[in-house]
Design a protein around this ligand. Structure first.
Ligand code: ADP
Length: 420
């Protein structure tokens, strides 16, 4: 089956977010977890999103995996590649957004690529090249305290130039609002002046559509999921995709579980919302380090009533995270929580929990890998950027992979209500 659009995402929830955007625009989308091979089944998908776990790994590895994913997608017909990163530009001065984008520019032979993490539905907007998270510039938002990728600068141009080998210019809002022709002219001028990237301002979905239209013939487009909003229309206009049917809900009918590893303020509010209603257990990082935390959590879970969702979380506020990181180091502390939640997921799936919501990008990557899911058919959306997914494979498994900061306070309840 030939695909027409390919995407590479640097984490699992980001991939789902992008896939969901394409589904909402009427495309048939399969998300592949990790690098695909010759046997990977993508069904009748016209877009394939490859979910890597390359946001915080060593930059060389992120580049190698991303280029391999790009080659696989282009080998199956994709003429346009979207490189999807977080709408809060999660990265560090060493990468990985810059090095991966540089390598994909070369692999796709693209003169200049857009850089636009804007996602207005979730409060991420770009103005004069500055990224905002709701009313705050990125560097003043809660992202400044992220456990793995604290973001302390808000200028996308500065952030991109610090990570990339190339010059990065700006497509200001007035140009975006002047429409696709004006955007193309600006891109041509920037390219002529030696820029290989253009940060694009966008405050609304309509701004993103204008950019998408202007990028119809770009071999590479980079950004948050929003930048893909306008791309399916281009494909439909050129007759490369038809109209698709509405996506179906997943098949799983067993017990419900939430596993949260995100320490974001949104996830902590979602936890607080159900804490007194559902059986809830917090992972003790010291106990996880000592061993036996998985078995204890599984035993506790199996003793809970079977007619209610169960919530297990590692999530903590910035003070507690800092104290834990001081004891174990940031990487080991994160791995302890991720490994514990992954072990719990694997065991509980074997005991009838087949509707699983995971909160946190890195956490979702770890949990899904542990569950052995390799491809997901993307279903209807629970909240902007978070759909229910059906794991392709023998045993039913419904997964919702939520980027930490996404979703309203009632997200966990909303998710399971859709399945009843
Ligand atoms: P988000 O989507 O909010 O970025 P992630 O899952 O990507 O969430 O990242 C959160 C990281 O924080 C994970 O590596 C997770 O294991 C780690 N973490 C979770 N709870 C704690 C804790 N109590 N102390 C230290 N690190 C934690």
């Amino acid at each position: 089956m030939t695909i027409v659009l390919g995407a590479i995402a640097d984490d699992f929830t980001g991939a789902t977010d992008l896939a969901s955007t394409l589904v909402a625009e009427g495309m048939r989308v399969v998300q592949v977890l990790g690098l695909p091979d010759d046997d990977t089944d993508t069904g009748d998908a016209d877009a394939v999103v490859i979910a890597l776990k390359s946001r915080t790994c060593e930059p060389g590895l992120a580049v190698r995996q991303s280029v391999a994913a790009c080659d696989w997608l282009r080998g199956r017909g994709a003429t346009q590649i979207v490189f999807k990163y977080c709408s809060t530009f999660d990265s560090s001065p060493r990468g990985n957004i810059g090095p991966v984008a540089d390598a994909l520019l070369t692999a796709t032979d693209t003169p200049l690529a857009l850089v636009c993490p804007a996602f207005p539905a979730n409060g991420r907007t770009v103005y004069q090249g500055t990224l905002f998270v709701h009313e705050l510039p990125l560097g003043e938002s809660s992202m400044k305290d992220h456990p793995l990728t604290p973001m302390r600068d808000s200028s996308l141009i500065r952030l991109m130039q610090a990570q990339s080998r190339h010059k990065c210019g700006l497509i200001a809002l007035q140009t975006v609002r002047a429409g696709p022709e004006a955007i193309r002219t600006r891109i041509a001028d920037l390219a002529a002046a030696g820029h290989r990237y253009a940060v694009a301002d966008a405050l609304t979905d309509d701004d993103l559509r204008q950019l998408g239209t202007a990028a119809a013939d770009h071999g590479l487009v980079t950004g948050g999921s929003g930048i893909a909003t306008g791309l399916p229309t281009n494909l439909r206009r050129s007759g490369r995709i038809g109209t698709a049917s509405a996506p179906a809900l997943p098949r799983a009918a067993g017990r419900s579980l939430v596993l949260a590893g995100s320490c974001s303020s949104a996830t902590r509010a979602q936890i607080a919302r159900v804490k007194d209603t559902w059986p809830t257990r917090k992972i003790d990082v010291d106990a996880a380090a000592a061993g036996g935390a998985v078995a204890a959590a599984v035993e506790w879970t199996m003793a809970q009533p079977d007619d209610t969702p169960v919530l297990i979380y590692g999530s903590a506020d910035p003070e507690e995270v800092a104290a834990t990181q001081a004891r174990y180091g940031a990487e080991r502390a994160g791995a302890l929580v991720e490994d514990t939640l992954s072990g719990i997921a694997r065991q509980l799936h074997g005991k009838g929990f087949d509707r699983i919501v995971v909160a946190g990008g890195e956490t979702a990557g770890a949990v899904v890998t542990a569950l052995g899911a390799t491809s997901l058919r993307i279903g209807p959306q629970i909240a902007p950027g978070v759909p229910w997914c059906d794991a392709l494979g023998a045993a039913p498994l419904a997964l919702a992979l939520k980027s930490g900061n996404f979703g309203s306070e009632t997200f966990f309840q909303d998710a399971f209500e859709m399945l009843t």
